[in-house]
Ligand binder design. Structure first.
Ligand SMILES: Nc1ncnc2c1ncn2[C@@H]1O[C@H](COP(=O)(O)OP(=O)(O)O)[C@@H](O)[C@H]1O
Ligand SMILES: [Mg+2]
Length: 245
């Protein structure tokens, strides 16, 4: 059974068709990565899944139930199961690290604060930030802030985690620590849909890689196939280009 199934999804910004008949399936415990050039529609696909942008055609099933993007209740319950982390970590700067991780589970999910606190501390320990729980985001490096953002997403108990270029805003020497965190989650069986330009990482961590171009998935398969023996000329050109960098 697919955990998340995207069926013939299309989305436009005015006259611009940004997603054009996307089909994608994510099984429980699978890591699927979206690759492709800038503007190919990767972020829009994640935004539509989260209900941040409305699709104009097609459907998305979450654990075999269609998400109704016109129903706030349906979108809300989808967001209880799917969490997203963006390139810009968007932490609350007036809250401590611990408060950042606790605020939504306590205020929105109405879970008991003591239990949430215990979990939040365990999550921060897991990403190597236990000693930073009382500090404010401005006192952290970008890589540390991004790891807080990942902890904050995990505190929601998501069934599926979406990551949109979570290392792209970081200084190169801070990328590794964030990728280590994502790698740990993958090894623990977290179901993830990842957009990343870290191709070595994508290759290592993904079960399936989907290449996007002009709003379509033009090729999808296991990483060895898509990276080493791409079939589509556009994918071939993309792989040649990244090999030079
Ligand atoms: N809010 C928006 N309004 C109008 N056009 C947008 C908006 N967001 C994205 N686009 C356009 O949609 C296309 C796909 O963008 P995006 O999904 O961000 O691509 P990617 O993440 O692959 O770089 C691009 O042409 C982009 O300029
Ligand atoms: Mg993007």
């Amino acid at each position: 059974m697919a955990h998340l199934q995207v069926n013939n999804l299309s989305c436009s910004y005015g006259p611009l068709k940004v997603l054009d008949g996307v089909n994608l399936s994510l099984e429980k415990g699978q890591v699927v990565s979206l690759i492709g050039g800038s503007g190919s529609g990767k972020s829009t696909l994640l935004r539509v899944i989260m209900g941040l942008t409305k699709p104009d055609q097609g459907s998305i099933d979450l654990e075999s139930q269609p998400i109704d993007y016109h129903s706030p209740g349906s979108v809300r319950s989808a967001r209880e199961k799917i969490a997203i982390v963006f390139q810009q970590y968007n932490l609350f700067h007036n809250m401590s690290v611990l408060q950042n991780v606790m605020v939504t589970p306590v205020k929105v999910q109405k879970r008991p604060a003591a239990k949430v606190r215990e979990e939040a501390l365990a999550l921060l320990a897991k990403v190597g930030l236990q000693s930073k729980s009382e500090v404010y985001p401005a006192q952290l490096s970008g890589g540390q802030q991004q790891r807080v953002a990942i902890s904050r997403a995990l505190a929601l108990h998501p069934h599926i985690l979406l990551l949109d270029e979570v290392t792209s805003a970081l200084d190169p020497e801070l990328v590794g620590e964030v990728l280590d965190t994502v790698r740990t989650l993958a090894n623990e069986g977290m179901t993830m849909l990842i957009v990343s330009h870290e191709m070595r990482f994508v290759r290592e961590v993904s079960d399936q890689v989907a290449m996007m171009d002009k709003g379509r998935i033009i090729e999808m398969g296991p990483p060895e196939q898509v990276f080493d023996a791409p079939q589509n000329p556009r994918t071939q050109a993309f792989m040649k280009k990244i090999a030079w960098h």
